[in-house]
Design a protein around this ligand. Sequence first.
Ligand SMILES: Nc1ncnc2c1ncn2[C@@H]1O[C@H](COP(=O)(O)OP(=O)(O)OP(=O)(O)O)[C@@H](O)[C@H]1O
Ligand SMILES: Nc1nc2c(c(=O)[nH]1)N=C(CO)CN2
Length: 176
Amino acid sequence: MVPYYISLGSNVGERFYFLQQALESLQKFDGVEVNAISNVYETDPVGLVDQPSFLNCVAGGKTRLSADELLAAALRIEQELGRVREIRWGPRTIDIDILTYGLERRDEEHLQIPHPRMRERAFVMIPFAEIAPTQLIAVGNELKTTVEMLENVNDKSGVRKWKDINWETELGHFEN
Ligand SMILES: Nc1ncnc2c1ncn2[C@@H]1O[C@H](COP(=O)(O)OP(=O)(O)OP(=O)(O)O)[C@@H](O)[C@H]1O
Ligand SMILES: Nc1nc2c(c(=O)[nH]1)N=C(CO)CN2
């Protein structure tokens, strides 16, 4: 089993419903365990700023899937939840990014791990450091903890805790 972390985001329609459905599908996926889920944050859009605000969270666990299979699972869940891929960085019902897969490093067009843009994104690093503060990430030639990476995020405004979520009640048999 390999430890992994993913980030989830939604800014269309019933945003929390999409996060919850995506996590439930992932948890039911053969060979994937979800062991920790962060708080849900309401976040100002980054990149393309003229779009609705997002709900974001980070989840982690262990998986028997390879990194490519985990990506395929994430893409399948995105499709099942009806994400329409149109504008880069534009609105989406659900976006699932793989942040880390063990200490694996990949730099292919279809799969980059650790996720190259997470280090400048407060909407990823705040929830990631919350559930895995001592997790080591390969940054260039160094290993950094998520907390150290979060310290280097320039702009942490625009990320607010949304609501108190009890993931055990929201997801069938989730154990935190
Ligand atoms: N670590 C990763 N996690 C998820 N998808 C990845 C990863 N690395 C590369 N990809 C590729 O990115 C594609 C999805 O791109 P997408 O349009 O969702 O980008 P985005 O989420 O808008 O932008 P960003 O990657 O900056 O969050 C997938 O088809 C996948 O092959
Ligand atoms: N706040 C926020 N901004 C974004 C997000 C996101 O999940 N949250 N995702 C993007 C494309 O991946 C682009 N911009």
